[in-house]
Write a protein that binds this ligand. Structure first.
Ligand SMILES: [Fe+2]
Ligand SMILES: [Fe+2]
Length: 242
């Protein structure tokens, strides 16, 4: 793990072949420690998945720049439309002249075609996009854990599922990547914060994600995780339907 900003503690770590986790720990008054992760896929057409908060743009930019030239980014992807997922989208589009937003069709239609300074590349459910060595497949996941436009990306080269807000763990000073239990901590967080929608389709959507058989879950908040991802996604489904 390499610290890229001493003041904020922003750090980078390669969690899978060519995939870097960028992590910034924060303290939220009244809620304690938390963290925001972005994932950089270094390839012929590099992808940044999640922009980070608009106010954290200088920190995330500095972290990306420690790995590759920011101007070479090709896609700025995100799961759904919230500040931590895409708040600095236009700052990234300005910094990377070739980059375009990458999102699902609902996000493109409802928000990004208007909010973004360049037109998005909208991916249909199940659509595969080559980045070079890596290929990422978009999986629609409406309202899981929240937002109609929500979806995730699965990388075929490394069997990494960029699972956004699923398995959110609170706290700071967590390992970049862990094999320990993340379901228990994330369930404690979900029960305290109620940030999941109450969609009846959660079980079927989690089964769709499990069918990609991920070996790495690239969580947006807390540690990334390695292990039998399908089993863990099914365990989450059991918790949600219990
Ligand atoms: Fe979210
Ligand atoms: Fe998030």
């Amino acid at each position: 793990m390499v610290i890229t900003n001493r003041d904020s503690g922003t750090n980078v770590h390669e969690i899978a072949d060519g995939i870097f986790r960028i992590n910034t720990p924060v303290r939220i008054p009244g809620a304690g420690g938390f963290s925001f992760n972005q994932y950089l896929v270094v390839d012929d057409t590099p992808l940044l998945f999640h922009t980070g908060l608009r106010k954290q743009f200088p920190l995330v930019r500095e972290a990306v720049e420690s790995i590759m030239p920011v101007g070479k980014l090709g896609y700025i992807g995100f799961s759904h439309v919230e500040a931590d997922e895409c708040g600095s989208l236009n700052e990234w589009l300005a910094a990377a002249p070739e980059a375009v937003p990458l999102c699902g069709t609902v996000a493109a239609m409802v928000s990004i075609s208007d909010l973004a300074d360049r037109a998005p590349r909208a991916l249909a459910d199940g659509e595969l996009l080559s980045l070079g060595r890596h290929s990422v497949r978009w999986l629609d996941a409406p309202h899981l854990p929240h937002a109609w436009e929500c979806g995730f990306l699965a990388d075929e080269l490394t069997s990494t599922l960029f699972c956004g807000d699923l398995f959110t763990q609170g706290g700071t000073d967590l390992q970049p990547v862990t094999e320990s239990d993340i379901l228990g901590p994330s369930e404690a967080f979900r029960k305290a914060m109620d940030y999941f929608s109450h969609t009846r389709n959660a079980g079927a959507l989690l089964e769709k994600l499990a069918s990609t058989n991920p070996a790495t879950l690239a969580c947006m908040h807390g540690s990334a995780w390695t292990g039998d991802g399908a089993q863990l996604l099914r365990a989450l489904a059991d918790e949600l339907t219990a």
